[in-house]
Structure formats: C-alpha cells, structure tokens
Ligand binder design. Structure first.
Ligand code: HEM
Length: 234
C-alpha cells in the first residue's frame, strides 16, 4: 500500500510537471498564476511550486510532506469521531442532549479533544540546554510532550477526568490536542469541520444509537482512539 501511494503521488507530481512543459514553463517555476489555471489549486500543486529558503524541494521531500498530510489527517480524525461517540453513548443522556441541541456540537467536539486527545504525546529533541518549569533539560534530550496529560491538568480544567457539556468555552479553548506553537496542527480546522458534519449526520439519522459491546482501542501507545466501537440502533 505504501508503494502504491508513493507511485500515485509521484504520478500526480509528474502530471503537473508535464502540463507545465506543454506550456513551455520550466518544472522549477514558482509562478503563482498557474495555480487554478494550468494546474489544479490543491496541496500537491502548492508543494510542487513551493520554495523553502530560496530553493525548490526535491521529490523525496515532497513525498514526505504529502504522506504526513495523509497519515496525520487520517487516523487522528477517525479517533476523534470514535472517542466522541463513545463518550456520548456511554451516557445516553449526553447523546440525547447533543441530538436535541445542535449548539452543543462544538462543545462536545472540543471536550472530546480535551478529554480523549487522539495524539496523546509526541517526542521532541531540544537543540540547546533549557530550563522548563524549574527543570533543567540538557541539550539533545528526548522529551515527550504529553498533550493528553496537559489536557487533564487540574490547575486548568475543573473536574478534568469528567466529560462535561457545560464547560465554559474559554476554559475549553485551553486544550492542546492540536499541539502548540510552530508545529500547531495545520489540519485542526478541517478535522473540527469533519467532526461537526459527522456528528450532526449521525445523531439525526440514528436518534436511538447505543453501544453494543466493549470497544477496543487502537494499539499505538502514543495515539488514543477506538479500533472498534460496536453500536446498534432500533
Ligand atoms: C482530530 C484530528 C487531529 C489531531 C488530534 C491532530 C493532532 C496533531 C498534533 C498534536 C500535532 C503536532 C503538533 C506539535 O508537534 O506540536 C499535529 C501536527 C500535524 N498535523 Fe494534525 N491532527 C489532527 C488532524 C490533522 C489533519 C486533518 C491533518 C491534515 C489534513 C493533519 C496534519 C498534520 C501535519 C502535517 C502536522 C505536522 C505539522 C508540523 O510539524 O508543522 N492533522 N497534529
């Protein structure tokens, strides 16, 4: 599957290069007027035309980026959905509340991201010695930034281990399920939108949805979501 995906993406890049060549444009063009005219206005074109520090990217670098977008955006959003429905269906009154009040969609999604962060943590290597919260971290240490733990910090969130639909939006905004700073997730708004659409579609079409057995978690220890979430409806 990995090879098939690589071949597919390379083909997409090559097709765009061929189109440029047909119009006597060099493959290393950065001319933005080709976007949405000669070439589709999409992320593959964006990465093909991009320049970083005054140079074009190589195909290997392009493939890494495109893969990261695909992988980073796939299982994470699936986990958000399974975690969200799991919490709502565990307490059927919560499911009903959301079903009856679309204004709760956003709260339910953000509360799910906080309480059940799909990416529990990621590693960092610090490039220089640093003191963080009173702890000295030597240069080139491996540090794990645990977003999941931060999102259950009792100094920030009231009753952090409880899934609540009555949280103040200002409190909820403090979760770091999408990271923080330079590497903040570029797909955050897309996954929020996907979750909103999916949540409304399911609660409206399956008003009597309920759990039907024990869910199983996905295996990767850094990630948190359900591999299976058995449900049934009347
Ligand atoms: C609920 C869904 C998602 C969650 C919980 C999530 C979470 C995260 C987290 C925690 C990071 C790391 C931030 C850091 O290193 O500080 C990240 C980075 C990233 N995410 Fe997401 N993500 C989600 C959806 C998506 C989607 C839909 C896409 C793409 C369409 C995506 C693409 C990426 C990429 C490319 C990065 C790397 C950014 C960088 O290093 O600068 N993610 N995401």
């Amino acid at each position: 599957a990995r090879k098939a995906m690589k071949d597919y993406l390379l083909q997409q890049i090559d097709n765009r290069r061929a189109t440029l060549a047909e119009h006597n444009l060099p493959p290393e063009t950065t001319d933005p007027t080709v976007v949405g005219t000669l070439l589709p206005d999409d992320v593959i074109t964006g990465i093909l035309l991009a320049e970083v520090d005054g140079r074009k990217l190589g195909d290997d670098e392009r493939l890494v980026m495109l893969n990261q977008l695909l992988v980073g955006g796939n299982e994470t959003t699936t986990s958000l959905l399974t975690n969200l429905f799991w919490r709502l269906l565990e307490k059927p009154e919560l499911y009903q509340q959301v079903r009856d009040d679309p204004s709760l969609d956003v709260i339910a999604i953000e509360e799910s991201l906080r309480m059940d962060s799909p990416v529990l943590g990621l590693y960092r290597t610090n490039t220089e010695e640093t003191v963080f919260d009173g702890v000295m971290i030597p240069e080139r240490s491996k540090v794990m930034a645990t977003f999941g733990a931060a999102n259950r910090d009792p100094d920030i969130f009231e009753e952090p281990d409880t899934f609540r639909l009555d949280r103040d939006p200002d409190e909820l905004r403090k979760h770091v399920a999408f990271g923080l700073g330079h590497h903040f997730c570029p797909g955050a708004q897309l996954s929020r939108l996907e979750a909103k659409i999916a949540l409304r579609a399911v609660v409206e079409r399956f008003p009597k949805l309920r759990l039907d057995g024990e869910p199983q978690r996905i295996e990767a220890f850094l990630l948190w979501g359900k591999r299976t979430l058995p449900v049934c409806w009347d």
